[in-house]
Design a binder for this molecule. Structure first.
Ligand code: HDD
Length: 700
């Protein structure tokens, strides 16, 4: 009898047709394969289980080109991960123009309502490695590649509209400080450590971004429920050559929603791939995530009248001052076929713009324009990375560039230089520049600066580090402000260098005195003197658009209800809950103590997940349908009590039957507007009940 050991078997034999023994060759097991296995050069492989040896117990032979090629390829299957944004999830989709704006830009895409183009989006965390988790407190990358008829337009943004630093020369320092500490290699995917806060304390321009990063924006519930921003001020240029400044916004159709910190921490353990899975499953189920593209357009006069500099990426423009007009919608409707070929190999370049969209002199953007090309060469190993299908434009491209590592195209003819007159001899002479339709830089950008003046300085208003940090903090609800204070306490409590904590506190005093005091209290530290501000902050009017809670949508659309049931539960009630939630565009996940199928009133019911493997953090709201005797049993199980305790602690709606009350009592759940009978679930929906929070958490 042959065995299955990976070490190979002495008794393996071939049949008359030359196939390997039945234990190892699936072709022999039934229907013929969809395709024959070959090596990379097309040679069919007869045996994919055993290497070639000199005798059954002898050494493996150098001649085994099949083994050699397979292992060789495997040994080289990894490429350098991105220095930042290493962990990402991607999807394909389509962008459609909903409002033509020819008066603003000559970009072909925006000339006519209804014009569409394919897109590829990659969402990412910033600090963690490719194998880290999805829910750390972190900025999320929001990189969109639009394959337009005029070439690729990459809008490489984040889910936060401002940035930590003003000048690209500080980017390597910022990233070094937040990544794993240089000597010890930890912490992974976390900003709560000495070096990050040391850098932040010394760079007061980061304080506005810190308010966002410590807010619930940095722990989105799903990738489908977060905003995206181009961050920098860009330029629109119309056919008459007139330029306006523009900021880009992506607004999620499902509304914004975030996790609660305790929930984020628990999800990191329960499902490290929570966001990636959610994105993949939603698209797979036909529930396509969508975002509206909005623009804030303004001119030089507006820019000159503001108390901040629009070229400073640490500043935003309040939507109340320049409304966001919606000009298009992006819908993600197709998952990748292969994670590596597409999501890993996709290469975004902020330099990828199309005629009608141009850069501004934002010094952070200017640095980015240099950086990304380098990184793609380093990651993908060749200047020909643009030929990889996910990166190649979908419109034709022609130039005189040739050769290079991994050239996969076969350019023909002799025309690899220009000018040439080969056409006079009847030969193809290659492509030529097109002054009328080609990309030409917006002239005013260069004119505004005196090109003879070379200075290493920052513009005057860049010195205001606090006004917008204050604006952000003061635009939040009480509960959101408490979350920011708690996040700061948490992060700084992980900082072991006391002078670093003190310095951050001294900066917070310039943002908001109450915030500084709450954080100092939470750390049990004295409040230091306020740090001298490089420029006195100005008061800005609070902006509701900056708050997630003020803009939340209490809808089941794109949300998930977890229903707990057990032996004897009433199937009709479960079916009704399911039908209601599905009719509202949501989905239901059935949770039970056992998954194989339980006898319930009205038939047999299979669970989608086992109770202790499906904590309530996975759902937007929970419901339970339990017979009193089963509820009594479950009330003695930690997993069941914790299920409700967490849902309550995370301010979720808890719908329940009478029988469940025994568990709710055990979990210390007090009735409120979010704890209600199953029949009333749809009245409240999956809203978060933040009014509950002070009862259950010591808010800093
Ligand atoms: Fe960056 C990746 C977004 C500043 C240098 N960046 C990267 C990605 C996003 C951003 C979403 C991931 C793209 C992907 O999914 O492949 N970066 C931003 C935003 C910034 C920003 C919104 C500020 C407004 N970045 C920034 C600066 C520099 C870089 C100032 C350097 C001077 N960024 C890079 C990089 C990365 C990158 C090192 C790493 C992997 C990559 O480019 O493709 O070149």
């Amino acid at each position: 009898m042959a065995d299955h050991q990976p070490g190979g078997i002495a008794t393996s034999h071939k049949d008359a047709a030359g196939n390997a023994g039945e234990l190892h060759q699936n072709a022999a097991e039934g229907s013929p394969p969809a395709a024959y296995l070959t090596d990379n050069f097309g040679h069919r492989i007869a045996d994919n289980q055993n290497s070639l040896k000199a005798g059954a117990r002898g050494p493996t032979l150098l001649e085994d080109f099949i083994l050699r090629e397979k292992i060789f390829h495997f040994d080289h299957e990894r490429i350098p991960e991105r220095i930042v944004h290493a962990r990402g999830s991607g999807a394909h989709g389509v962008f459609e123009v909903t409002k033509a704006i020819p008066e603003l830009t000559k970009a072909g895409l925006f000339q006519k309502k209804g014009t569409t183009c394919p897109v590829f989006v990659r969402f990412s965390t910033v600090a963690g490695g490719a194998g880290s988790v999805d829910t750390p407190r972190d900025v999320r990358g929001f990189a969109v590649k639009l394959y337009t008829d005029q070439g690729n337009w990459d809008l490489v943004g984040n889910n936060i509209p401002v940035f930590f630093i003003q000048d690209a020369i500080k980017f390597p320092d910022l990233v070094h400080s937040v990544k794993m500490e240089a000597d010890r290699g930890y912490p992974q995917a976390a900003s709560a450590h000495d070096t990050f806060w040391d850098f932040i304390g010394l760079m007061p321009e980061s304080l506005h971004m810190i308010m966002w990063a410590m807010s619930d924006r940095a722990i989105p519930r799903t990738l489908r429920m977060m905003e995206g921003f181009g961050v920098h001020t860009f330029r629109f240029v119309n056919a008459a050559g007139e330029g306006k400044f523009v900021k880009f916004h992506w607004k999620p159709v499902l509304g914004m929603e975030s996790l609660i910190w305790d929930e984020a921490v628990k999800i990191a353990g329960a499902d490290p791939d929570f966001h990636r899975r959610d994105l993949f499953e939603s698209i797979d189920a036909g529930s396509f995530p969508a975002w509206d593209l909005g623009v804030q357009v303004f001119d030089e006069d507006f820019a000159a009248a503001q108390p901040y500099d629009v070229l400073d990426a640490t500043k935003l423009i309040p939507e109340e001052d320049v409304p966001v007009q919606i000009i298009g919608r992006m819908t993600l409707n197709r998952n990748v076929d292969n994670f590596f070929a597409e999501t890993e190999q996709v290469a975004f370049l902020p330099t990828n713009v199309i005629p009608g969209i141009d850069f501004s002199n934002d010094p952070l953007l200017q640095g980015r324009l240099f950086s990304y090309l380098d990184t793609q060469k380093s990651r993908l190993g060749t200047t020909n990375f643009h030929q990889i299908p996910i990166n190649a434009p979908k419109c034709p491209f022609h130039n005189m560039q040739r050769d290079g590592l991994m050239q996969t195209l076969v350019p023909t003819g002799r025309a690899n230089y220009e000018p040439n007159s080969l056409d006079e001899a009847g030969e193809p002479n290659g492509p030529r520049a097109c002054p009328a339709t080609g990309f030409s830089s917006f002239e005013a950008n260069a004119e505004r600066n005196d090109p003879t003046e070379k200075v290493r300085v920052r513009a005057e208003l860049f010195a205001d580090h606090y006004s917008q940090a204050r604006l952000f903090f003061r635009s939040q609800t009480d509960s959101e402000q408490a979350h920011i204070a708690s996040a700061l306490v948490f992060e700084l409590s992980k900082v072991s260098l006391e002078h670093v904590r003190t310095r951050v506190l001294s900066r917070l005093r310039n943002v908001d005195e109450t915030l500084a005091r709450r954080v100092a209290d939470g750390l049990a530290m004295p409040l230091p003197e306020a740090a001298p501000a490089a420029r006195e902050p100005v008061e800005m009017k609070p902006s509701d658009a900056l708050s997630i809670q003020k803009n939340a949508k209490a809808t089941f659309e794109g949300r998930k209800l977890g229903i707990l049931f057990a032996e004897g539960s009433d199937k009709a009630t479960i079916d009704k809950l399911k039908a209601d939630v599905e009719a509202a565009g949501g989905s239901v996940f059935l949770v039970a103590p056992k998954v194989g199928g339980l006898q319930v009133k009205g038939g047999t019911l299979k669970a989608d997940g086992k109770l202790d493997g499906s904590p309530s953090v996975m759902f937007d709201a929970v419901a339970s349908v339990l017979m009193p005797a089963e509820a009594e049993k479950l009330s003695k199980q930690g997993a069941a009590v914790q299920w409700f305790m967490d849902a309550y602690g995370h301010c979720k709606t808890i719908a329940h039957c009478n029988g469940t009350k025994v568990i709710l009592e055990k979990a210390g759940i007090e009735p409120d507007e979010g704890v209600l009978p199953n029949e009333q679930l749809m009245k409240v929906g999956p809203a978060r009940h933040f009014a509950r929070e002070p009862k259950i958490r010591d808010l800093a």
